[in-house]
Each structure stands twice: as structure tokens, then as C-alpha cells.
Design a protein around this ligand. Sequence first.
Ligand code: SAH
Ligand code: DHB
Ligand code: MG
Length: 220
Amino acid sequence: MAQELWTAVDQYLNRHLLAHDAVLEAVLRANAEAGLPPIDVAPNQGKLLHLLARVAGAKRILEIGTLGGYSTIWLARALHDGGTVITLEASEKHARVARSNFELAGVADRVELRLGPALDSLQELARENAAFDFVFIDADKPNNPHYVDWAVKLGRKGTVIVVDNVVREGEILNEGSADGNIPGTRAMFDQVGNDERLDATAVQTVGLKKHDGFLLAVVK
Ligand code: SAH
Ligand code: DHB
Ligand code: MG
């Protein structure tokens, strides 16, 4: 019952506020045809990321966890000329689908996908003295504490950090959760709550993608 209502409300909101987008629909079709799991952000959440990146005036965006690049494309569309998204993905198959989707969406010139475990790519980015205005964390949840720490290190005053999937239908409350994703995100909350470098909040969401939530932080 609740899920049907959340889905219907999402459809209502998206019908009014999100332009029909043949490219993004084709991207989701390509992902499904390639057998990727349908765990992309919801359309209205993709647009929220896009709007947050625009509000932040982000020129250099980092994404951890590409999948088929659905969220990457929303973020790439927030960039002005000369801006870039660097997106990190461990799966060769996901990377192949994502690169093809970047061509399809006309953002391949603005997106750099780095293949490999994100922790390795993050070290490499640090060695290159890379810095980011906006960081979206959406990969393997056990590493969430590390990813937030890297986001701060690769950020500057004012860098915006968004972490996806921080509520998981309330499972976040379960200290002994059998879902291996939960301990990492719980450790991330402990860490962010005590991190003097960050101002943060988190918001629960319901909709097409069930009951979940995101954390939003700004580097002080
Ligand atoms: N941001 C995407 C969804 C990402 S799903 C969207 O909303 O459209 C999570 C992705 O993280 C998967 O593609 C998975 O392969 C990738 N991933 C998992 N562990 C990883 C790691 N250690 N390093 C880099 N990517 C990883
Ligand atoms: C999962 C991962 C995600 O990033 C997401 O948005 C939803 C689900 C998962 O691994 O189950
Ligand atoms: Mg996610």
C-alpha cells in the first residue's frame, strides 16, 4: 500500500517537474539490456543531484560508483563549459556500459571514468593534487567511512558531499544487521557526527526506490 502511494506520488512529481527525457530513458534501457541491476538513483533524485551541483557552482565533480552512468549524466549536465566529472567504477562491464551511455548522452567530452577499486583511484587523484567542488558517494557501502574521508581530503572549504542509501528502509537502526552494507554506513554516521571539518544533515526519502535517504555535508 505505502509503496504504491510513494510510487504514484513520484510519478505525479516527475510528470510536473521533470521534462520527458528520451536520452535518460534510453540509458536506463541500455542498462537493463546489459543486465545491470536497477539501482540507479530515481529520476527526481538525479535531478536533485543536478540542482545541488548547479547551486554549488561545481566545476569539478567526483562520483564514487558509476554503474551505467545514470547519475553521472545528471551531474555532467550541471557543468558549465570546461567543467568535468570524474567517476570511479570497479566493474569493467559497468564501465563499458557507462562509457557507451556517455556517448549517447553527449557528455563523453566532460566525463572521465576511472576503472578500478575506488580506493586506488582516490589515492591516484590525491597524488595528482586533484580537488573537487562536489562529491557523490554511491559505491560499496562498507567503504563509506573511507570515501567520506577522501572526499574531505580532496575537497576545499565549501565542497558539497552527498552520500546515497544511508537509511535502507530503516535498517540503519539495526546494530547487528545481516546486510553487510549497514555497518559501513553506521560507522560513517559516527564519523561524520564527530568530524569537525564537516557540517552535515541527512534526510529520509520514500518513492520509486522505496524508503531510503541521503546524507548532505559541506566542508567547513
Ligand atoms: N551512481 C549510480 C549507481 C551506482 S551503483 C547511479 O545512481 O546511477 C554502485 C556501483 O559501485 C556499482 O556499479 C559497483 O560496481 C560500483 N562499485 C562497488 N564497489 C566498488 C569499488 N570498490 N570501487 C569502485 N566502484 C565500486
Ligand atoms: C544498492 C546500491 C545502491 O547504490 C542503491 O542506490 C540501491 C541499492 C544495493 O547495492 O543494493
Ligand atoms: Mg545508490
